[in-house]
Design a protein around this ligand. Sequence first.
Ligand SMILES: Nc1ncnc2c1ncn2[C@@H]1O[C@H](COP(=O)(O)OP(=O)(O)O)[C@@H](O)[C@H]1O
Ligand SMILES: [Mg+2]
Length: 366
Amino acid sequence: MPATDTADAFVEFDRVQKSYDGETLVVKDLNLSIGKGEFLTMLGPSGSGKTTCLMMLAGFETATHGEIRLDGGEINNIPPHKRGIGMVFQNYALFPHMTVQENLAFPLEVRKIGKSEREEKIKRALDMVQMGDFGGRRPTQLSGGQQQRIALARALVFEPELVLMDEPLGALDKQLRETLQFEISRLAHDLGITVVYVTHDQTEALTMSDRVAVFDDGRIQQLASPDVLYEQPENSFVAQFIGENNTLQGTVEEMSGSRCTVKLANGETIDAVPVNVDRPGQKTVVSIRPERVETNLARLGEGAHTLKAEVLEFIYMGDIYRTRLRVAGRDDFIVKTRNAPDQPRLKPGETIEIGWLPDDCRALDV
Ligand SMILES: Nc1ncnc2c1ncn2[C@@H]1O[C@H](COP(=O)(O)OP(=O)(O)O)[C@@H](O)[C@H]1O
Ligand SMILES: [Mg+2]
């Protein structure tokens, strides 16, 4: 349940800035409201400020400017262990000299929870991550995936309302990562926990999250649900960072409400949605997803512009065909088509015509 305004926000960053050296801001004017029970992911390239934001929320770093609020109260001056936040990091951070049970008991002892209640909570948390039989082992006697399950159980054992996770699956192989992605988001939703999750993996962000905040250079570039982020990127950075995109450079020729026409470098004209262009003469990069390019022109509307394309490469991938084309002077234009009986397998050297629905083509900043 996305927080649409700050009134029902559970976590709030309000004009937060952070500098480590007193000169450069690595977090620049961060405003973000996260709803109770929401799974929010901070996604961005390395160095974009994600971990810094999480550390400020956890209390291990202080904000240089601005306010961070939890459940309506300011927490800038509350020490980490008093914030009631569970945390999971990439490198497990389990205590190596303690058994699994002792690792889980630790956050409960810190909170002065009695023995019998402790045992009950530990059992429940271990069962939750399907590790009930491993309580007596030490971390070195567990695989990476098992250790990460224990780290997750330890973050959940004291039933925090907010859990922060920083690239928790980064060290695991692909299959295990996908299993745990599913388990973590299911657990979070079942328990009604608010999660702030950090990753640089866009697939992980799209599959797990209610909303994703795309970070670059210390700023949120776009904050939206996965489908909106993928289908309606608001700028070139987001369009390029999330999924695959074809881009063509051109100049806005005409504006008319929700449509513009763009003249490409080779003189051809295409239709697009003006996203961050607003007048003729502006330079733009138009972006179009490989799966939204039509080779069956009957599907395009009356009067739609089409382009000539030369087939350079055709790759059979089983479920889809991936075709590389030369379009408007570029030779990296990709089209993905579903493998279907009526879908032609194109041949290198062929010249074809392509087009797309103007709604799927976005005129963005250069
Ligand atoms: N403890 C620190 N001291 C100084 N600079 C830091 C520290 N931690 C991170 N930085 C710098 O802050 C920027 C953002 O880092 P970080 O928040 O770790 O990004 P991310 O998690 O997105 O990779 C980077 O330029 C990084 O070098
Ligand atoms: Mg990081």
